[in-house]
Structure formats: structure tokens, C-alpha cells
Design a binder for this molecule. Structure first.
Ligand SMILES: C[S@@+](CC[C@H](N)C(=O)[O-])C[C@H]1O[C@@H](n2cnc3c(N)ncnc32)[C@H](O)[C@@H]1O
Length: 241
């Protein structure tokens, strides 16, 4: 279950990759724009601002997120989605890491898009980060293969499908103030820790969270009231000439 309020705790840090991604999309007057895994829809609405003539839709599989997003957003599974004949822009930000089959879906979507279309994705590339390693140490049942690829692998797959590709990675250095509770714990509660929370009762969760917080404080120490939290992200923008 996604909790919109918990996810939005670091809204400013989380929105920056979306802005950096969409800036590289060159569409001028797209007919339909789709945001896959749109969450609360706050970032989706900025797409309507950029392309006022477009029909902008956001799709998400979480009823809580769609309820927070309001009208015009649709409950749906990314894995079942297909582009329409007028889908000129597809954006998906921080969502495909939850969709294992996305590696096959990307070239399939690209093939189905109309000429001139853009497909833009961003996924976190932090599977080997200290925080994720702590999650896997404490909850080994969550061990799984890295859910995303490197930029080059995505680029190769889309070039093979006929795309002109722009692919890159950025490590943002988030500087998170410590306000009595470790900010990386608060950050990860909104995303990577959700499956752990869902598997535990309240008491088990409290003790897991306390142990997690101790371990996180050793890998992300607080200095001068601030935690430095490097966060690698992977970007791919594919254009159909
Ligand atoms: C980390 S949030 C990102 C939300 C938004 N794109 C943003 O950048 O703020 C990931 C979102 O992907 C959605 N999601 C995960 N798996 C999905 C799937 N198979 N189909 C649709 N949405 C999915 C979740 O419900 C969640 O809202």
C-alpha cells in the first residue's frame, strides 16, 4: 500500500528528476500525454501546464494514490497499458522499478507509438546503495535481482527498436536536515520499506524500524545537523523520428 502523505515528505527532492527528465522531451504540441505510475498526480499536472492543448492522463495501480490525485486520473496496471494511436508523449517517473516486465514493455510500447512520439523514463539506480543493502540484510526474504538496468542497456534496447536515444545518469546529493528522526528512514518508509511494513504487524514493525534506524545512522551519519544522501537515477528519452 502506498501512503501519499509519507511519499510526499521529500517532494522537492523527488520532483527534481522529473523536471530534468521532461526538459529533454522535445514535443511541441502533443495530442495525448500519458504519465505511467503517476502517484498523486502533482507532477502529471505540470505536463498539462507545459502542453495545454494535450489530453493528459495519469495511470497508477494504487487506489490510495489515485484517490489523492483526483479527477482525470485512472486506476490501472502499467503492465497492461498500451499506447493509443495519438499517444505522442509517454512519461514514467520512478515507477518502472516496480514493474519487472518493463524491460520487454519498453520496445513494445515504442513500436506501437505514432511517428514523432517521445518515450521518457526515469528509474532509481540505487539498488546497491547503503540503505538498500541494510534493508536486504534485515529482511533477506526481500532479496531480489536489481530491478533496473544501466542507461547503456536501456539505450541499446531502444536503439534496436529504431529509436533515437538520449540516456544518462545523475547522482543527486540530497542534503537532508536531521530533525530528531533520521531523514533516510523517513525517506525509505515512503518507498523501499513499504513491502517490509506490509509484511509485519505493528509491534514487529516498531522493532524493525528501530533496528533499521540504528543501522542507517551508521551508514548515513548526521554531521552538523545534516545527512548527505547520494541518490543515483537513470534517465532515458527515446524519440521516434
Ligand atoms: C515512487 S512512486 C512515483 C510517483 C510519481 N511518478 C512521482 O514521480 O512522484 C511509484 C508509483 O508507481 C506506482 N506503481 C507501481 N507499480 C505499478 C504498476 N504495475 N502499475 C501502475 N502503477 C504502479 C505506485 O502505485 C506509485 O504511485
Amino acid at each position: 500500500m502506498w501512503d501519499p502523505a509519507v511519499y510526499q515528505r521529500f517532494g522537492s527532492e523527488r520532483s527534481r528528476p522529473f523536471v530534468d527528465l521532461v526538459r529533454r522531451v522535445g514535443a511541441e504540441a502533443p495530442r495525448a500525454v500519458v504519465d505511467l505510475g503517476c502517484g498523486t498526480g502533482d507532477l502529471t499536472r505540470t505536463l498539462a501546464g507545459r502542453w495545454p492543448g494535450a489530453r493528459v492522463t495519469g495511470i497508477d495501480s494504487s487506489p490510495e494514490m489515485i484517490a489523492a490525485a483526483g479527477e482525470g486520473f485512472e486506476l490501472g496496471d502499467i503492465a497492461a497499458w498500451q499506447p493509443g494511436p495519438d499517444t505522442d508523449v509517454v512519461v514514467t517517473n520512478a515507477a518502472l522499478q516496480w514493474v519487472p516486465e518493463h524491460r520487454e514493455l519498453l520496445p513494445r510500447w515504442f513500436a506501437a507509438l505514432p511517428a514523432g512520439a517521445w518515450l521518457a523514463m526515469q528509474v532509481p539506480g540505487n539498488f546497491d546503495s547503503p540503505g538498500h543493502r541494510v534493508v536486504r540484510d534485515l529482511a533477506p526474504e526481500l532479496n531480489r535481482a536489481d530491478p533496473v538496468d544501466d542507461p547503456e542497456t536501456y539505450a541499446r534496447r531502444l536503439i534496436a527498436a529504431g529509436a533515437t536515444v538520449d540516456a544518462w545518469e545523475t547522482t543527486y546529493l540530497h542534503l537532508l536536515p536531521f530533525d530528531g528522526e533520521h531523514p533516510v528512514v523517513r525517506w525509505m518508509e515512503g518507498t523501499a520499506l513499504r513491502p517490509v511494513r506490509a509484511a509485519l504487524d505493528d509491534q514487529e514493525w516498531r522493532s524493525f524500524r528501530a533496528e533499521f534506524a540504528d543501522r542507517i545512522a551508521t551508514v548515513h551519519p548526521v554531521r552538523d545537523g545534516v545527512v548527505t544522501f547520494p541518490f543515483r537515477r537513470i534517465f532515458v528519452v527515446a524519440h521516434k523520428d
